[in-house]
Ligand binder design. Sequence first.
Ligand code: WQD
Length: 322
Amino acid sequence: MTWLITGGAGYIGSHVVRAMTGAGERAVVYDDLSTGRADRVPADVPLVTGSTLDRPLLSRTIAEHGVTGVVHLAAKKQVGESVELPLHYYRENVEGLRGLLDAVVAGDVRSFVFSSSAAVYGSPDVDLVTEETPTLPINPYGETKLTGEWLVRAAGRAYGVATANLRYFNVAGAAAPELADTGVFNLIPMVFEKLTAGRAPLVFGADYPTPDGTCVRDYIHVSDIARAHVAAARHLSAAGGDAGDLTLNIGRGEGVSVREMMDLIAEVTGHAVEPLVTDRRPGDPPRVVASADRVAATLGWKAQYGVRAMIESAWSGWTPRN
Ligand code: WQD
């Protein structure tokens, strides 16, 4: 199999590329390098620089490299930005996907793995989120991911492509320092940034209906996420048309609070963390934790890393900003 990995020069994508090639699959990266970096793509993996909106280039790439499966990660992923620029998010995340699916069908590609998100659930009112929990996104980012899932499933059913929608929970950590997340948009890098600037990290609200009053999330190591893609890709290619359409939560099934994360970060980094409790950040649900039963039963996949490994590896790759 040769897998086209869109977004393969990005944070999660570069981990997926390594996991796929490490498992013996051939990979071709397709990335517009807007946030991705060419130096994250291994030297022996071809890199095609282009947009998912460039339909002719997608078709040419599929034909020239003999692509037989796609793992689609290329997307915009900042929640706040999606509220300010919804048309941009719909264009990149929905139109880009529609064109890619068009090229997939025209190129007779038979397997498609889609990078979705727990953001499709919005603010779930359950202890453990299963794939049957209602999908009620609360921002344009989550809406584009849910629309994307519908597109993927409908196209797969209509044109005989085996598909998997993987709903990632809170991705963190790195397999190697040079693959670390360079954005400062999530809890761990945001705390690191404050600590290295000698300032107090912020807790966005401590009056939530949770055991310690701070929000609870399901953090998952990016290397575990990458392994889930290999398992999904192999499942689809082995089962072919019989694989149908999968929708799977990719999480650990274990909740960790913001306060617990701050304590662990203090231990790992050796910085005394004295957080400042501020107002709630609008739109933050109190608790979002996956049920990871379906992915275990379907793919035999289970997370291996805990939160400490995520913080340690993210810290190894952290370079202080000016
Ligand atoms: C985690 C918790 C914050 C920073 C987002 C997207 C989601 C998905 C993953 C892409 C929250 C708290 C944070 C800080 C804090 N994205 N926090 N102080 O919001 O759960 O998920 O990223 O698919 O769609 O919404 O992740 O890392 O931003 O926040 O107290 O300085 O940490 O309030 O409770 P979130 P996060």
